[in-house]
Design a binder for this molecule. Sequence first.
Ligand SMILES: [Zn+2]
Length: 134
Amino acid sequence: MALKVSREGSPYGTLFSTQALSVAVSQMKVKSSTCSKCSRVVVPPRDLCPYCGIAGSMEPTELSPRGEILSYTLLHMPPEGFEPPLMMALVRLEQDATVLCLLEEKTTFPDLKIGANVELSLDDAERLRFRPMK
Ligand SMILES: [Zn+2]
């Protein structure tokens, strides 16, 4: 769904209000695929269902970026290219798909708890990032 931006009332053309930006963030979707045979959802999208092994059964779908923490850890020796410490979390999305994601950049380490509600976003490298929901 495209973000609609009103030009009305602005002498400068297209302007994004902070309200429009928050709508755009909340409209972020996680790309996935759903198996038409077993109905399981996988992220990222795949051509072959990893559960029932049937090729050609996967349909592209999009998921809400909201979910809950299943588990998390703090890596003091992360892979090359990441600054330590790196917080990672296993998140179960509302549609029952599970994804591994990194804490959003420039965020202070939250006091996480298993079951805490989080919202996902994509960083510049298109990696999934999470932040606690308020
Ligand atoms: Zn399947």
